[in-house]
Design a protein around this ligand. Structure first.
Ligand code: SAM
Length: 176
């Protein structure tokens, strides 16, 4: 089970980023994204994607300010992605020997990350020590954690399914 937590509470500023984060979490093997604000268009975009392409990915809205509670009640390993953390390979090695290493909460920041996150996380992992993006950090981390297997993920309950093609678009299911 993989749950992604998005810290930060400024949906109006980060609307596209949050949508991308949810899409990447879904496509790269997570079951849920936890956010601390209600953005109706984020919720409806993801439910439209599930209806079309399958799966049960959820966007869970928790009360503003409750990030500590969300992290503390997690029964598994907590990985915080931050450019200040330990190298990715070392982090994945440490994660693999932890009890519950298959049950992870992956925490990414938005604007300013509260200092307490570094202490509550079991591992603070950097995807390189240069600043980039929570979306890129999540994609690279999940790819390395799942060793690429997420790209073969079959999602159940699809109404449309893409058939890989060298050129053009082939889709099974009703046309839009
Ligand atoms: N300035 C913010 C801070 O106080 O940490 C970080 C802003 S950054 C645009 C947003 C998020 O992207 C971070 O909280 C982190 O989760 C992720 N991120 C950015 N660069 C990263 C890196 N090199 N490794 C891991 N995560 C990274």
């Amino acid at each position: 089970l993989i749950v992604v937590v998005r810290l930060g509470e400024r949906p109006e500023r980060d609307h596209r980023i949050n949508t991308h984060l949810a899409l990447v979490a879904r496509a790269f093997g997570a079951e849920r994204l936890v956010v601390f604000f209600r953005d109706q268009s984020l919720l409806s975009s993801l439910s439209a994607v599930n209806n079309r392409f399958g799966g049960k990915f959820e966007v869970e809205v928790r009360p503003s300010g409750s990030w500590k509670k969300v992290l503390r009640e997690w029964d598994g390993a907590i990985v915080h992605l931050t450019m200040y953390g330990i190298p990715l390979d070392e982090g994945l090695g440490r994660l693999s020997v932890m009890p519950n290493s298959g049950q992870i909460m992956v925490v990414v920041g938005g604007e300013k990350v509260p200092a307490g996150v570094y202490g509550i996380a079991d591992l603070n992992i950097a995807v390189g020590n240069q600043p980039h993006s929570e979306v890129a950090a999540l994609a690279v981390f999940l790819d390395r954690y799942l060793k690429g297997s997420q790209l073969e993920l079959e999602m159940e309950g699809w109404t449309q399914r893409i058939v890989p093609q060298e050129r053009g678009k082939k889709v099974i299911g009703p046309e839009d």
